[in-house]
Design a protein around this ligand. Structure first.
Ligand code: FEO
Ligand code: CA
Ligand code: CA
Ligand code: CA
Length: 601
């Protein structure tokens, strides 16, 4: 492609130079503001943030730590008001508290950590004149869910003996949601969020228990010592509590009284998130990644079609879509001879990393399709079910998201430095690079472009890294015209059909993480253009890209080796002398006379 090929609509902005600045860097003509940050009040009446005066009660009404996914649903009546959903993946106590002692945290520090986990629902408003997005202290919709809020378990494994504990003999009610990473907005107007690295909250796993081991639960004390205050986090005392985390959570933003739900029908693993497509006959399909080295890509297809409209009947019906359906796991088969996949990412003779695949049925309702496992076991120990049926071991599946117009599904495979190591799986056509430090992106096309299909085709769109690295591939586009990109994590689409990718671990290229626009069509297919860089030590998450504004979630700013409140690695966003605070950033384009202008035009 010639350098003078015009960028597609929506991606017409000068590439931001990769950098290590302690700020959000944007193309010229774009402006930014903090929409909300760690400690800002969410619930009306919550106190203002005070780094040295934190309490569990204050934190439970304030925005939590390490916001990852971000989604918006427009409020009825319009007026530029939205309900925003953010999740709070995890806490970093050594950055949150002065003089934190990891071996013996104070009770209040433990309780603040619990309250800084979970979810935030916050009304945000876009100023018509300036285009600025700001949070509103709304009495009706704003709320927090923490590690102590009650969630309902629903679906085929709810009430199973595997989910019962001494505090909950029904196996249907769980306190808290933990390690929520990515998520999705459903076409019926709810938010989904994936519980990911849930093993780190639990102590004293039996090392001989293969079911616990497969999910990474370990012996000894937990990192945050929550088991000291709540024995349910001690697996020697309450072994089934572990099984009550690792689910996809659904929240109805417009119905604050409706209990938040954990959906057992979508399986239990280290859920990155879940995003929804629709089959030709209108049923809901959830696409999901299990973010661990050599783990799997899944989908779920509902039995019933979605009901359109805003009626009470439609809302109640759609709430059941993720309760009854079929759970599948993906197997990828390359179309080139295995000998041509040498682990260096040299293209095979047919010129593409591509092939076919199938969705292997695991369970539907009370029916298991996995030898030796009951349906309840398939839902609770989904990783073992997928192991049994021979699913394809992938390079850490993060977001898996269908394109709203074409239905093609994009898979962010963030990295896997263990690929090809002794005793580990080596390169295959779908994961073609050994020691895959920078990750890749797969495009998957369902048979007949129907999300209900049980077979698919696929090809690799990007093999990430610096273009000078011969193992990279940018959809065949001119490598001199792309921004370096590593460790793709979250995905979004704009209204023009472009893909947007945010990254986690750009330190692998000695640059800060960021948000990239990626062209999917025409002569620029595969062109990556850096749109926003995030501050030092941060990961870029949760992109929302509209015609008028972009939101990014800046997670763990200042999280660099050796950093502490006494020696912070970042002073973002509050400036010199302050502690770093995870935040949602609103980005707008400023046109003539300071008027808002369209993004990427
Ligand atoms: Fe929390 Fe998969 O990143
Ligand atoms: Ca091939
Ligand atoms: Ca992630
Ligand atoms: Ca990640």
């Amino acid at each position: 492609a010639a350098p003078d090929v015009r960028p597609p609509r929506g991606l017409d902005y000068p590439a931001v130079a990769p950098n290590t600045a302690d700020t959000v860097t944007l193309p010229p003509g774009y402006d930014q503001n903090i929409v909300i940050r760690w400690g800002d009040p969410v619930v009306p009446g919550a106190p203002a943030f005070d780094f040295d005066g934190q309490t569990p009660e204050a934190q439970a009404g304030q925005f939590g730590y390490n916001n990852d996914f971000c989604g918006l649903v427009a409020l009825p009546g319009g007026g530029g008001r939205f309900v925003m959903f953010s999740n709070h993946e995890y806490t970093i106590e050594p950055l949150m508290f002065r003089g934190y002692d990891p071996a013996n945290p104070a009770d209040a520090q433990i309780r603040i950590g619990m309250a800084a986990h979970g979810l935030s629902v916050v009304v945000v408003e876009r100023d018509r004149r300036t285009g600025r997005m700001t949070a509103v202290l709304d009495e009706r919709y704003n709320r927090r869910y923490t590690a102590s809020s009650e969630f309902v378990l629903d679906g085929p494994a709810a009430g199973s003996a595997l989910l019962k504990t001494s505090a909950d003999p029904t196996g249907t009610k769980v306190l808290g949601t933990l390690n929520n990473c990515s998520g999705g907005v459903t076409p019926w107007g709810t938010f989904l969020s994936g519980e990911e690295n849930i093993n780190q909250y639990f102590a004293n796993a039996d090392p001989a228990d293969a079911r616990l081991k497969r999910y990474g639960f370990a012996a000894g004390a937990s990192e945050r010592k929550w088991e000291r205050l709540e024995p349910r986090f001690d697996l020697a005392k309450e072994p089934n509590e572990a099984n009550r985390f690792g689910w996809v959570v659904e929240v109805d933003p417009l119905d604050p009284e409706a209990p938040p739900v954990k959906h057992t029908a979508l399986g239990r693993f280290k859920h990155e998130g879940a995003t929804i497509g629709l089959t030709r006959d209108g049923r809901a399909v959830a696409y999901m990644g299990d973010d661990e080295r050599f783990d799997y890509v899944y989908k779920y297809v509902s039995d019933e079609p979605m009901m359109h409209g805003e009626s009470r009947r439609a809302r109640e019906h759609n709430r059941t879509l993720l309760t009854e359906g079929t759970l599948y796991v993906a197997r990828f088969t390359g179309d080139s001879p295995a000998a041509e996949i040498d682990g260096t990412r040299k293209l095979p003779a047919d010129g593409a990393f591509d092939g076919s695949g199938e969705w292997i049925k695991l369970a539907r309702g009370a029916t298991s399709f996995v030898d030796g496992m009951s349906a309840e076991e398939v839902y609770v120990f989904t990783r073992q079910a997928a192991d049994t049926v021979g699913a394809t071991k992938m390079d850490r599946p993060e977001d898996v998201e269908p394109h709203p117009r074409t239905g093609s599904v994009y898979l962010a495979l963030t990295n896997n430095s263990d690929r090809g190591k002794a005793g580990q799986a080596g390169a295959d056509e779908a994961n073609p690079r050994n020691g895959n430090k920078h990750g890749h992106v797969i495009e998957l096309v369902e048979q007949g472009r129907d999300a209900a299909a049980t077979t698919f085709g696929w090809s690799i769109l990007l093999v990430c890294g610096d273009a000078a690295d011969p193992s990279t591939y940018f959809g065949g586009y001119d490598k001199s015209q792309v921004s370096p990109i590593t460790s793709p994590d979250n995905l979004a689409f704009d209204t023009y059909g472009n893909l947007w990718i945010s990254t986690d671990s750009a330190g692998a290229l000695k640059i800060n993480d960021g948000l990239y626009g990626v062209s999917l069509e025409g002569p620029t297919r595969g062109r990556t253009t850096l749109f926003a860089g995030v501050p030092k030590g941060a990961e870029c998450c949760g992109p929302v890209v509209t015609d008028d504004f972009v939101l990014i979630s800046v997670q763990h700013p200042g999280d660099l080796d050796g950093a502490s409140p006494e020696a912070p690695a970042s002073a973002w966003p509050d400036g010199p002398g302050s502690q770093p605070r995870p935040s949602v950033v609103g980005i707008r384009r400023v046109g003539p006379g300071g008027r808002p202008s369209r993004i990427g035009q």
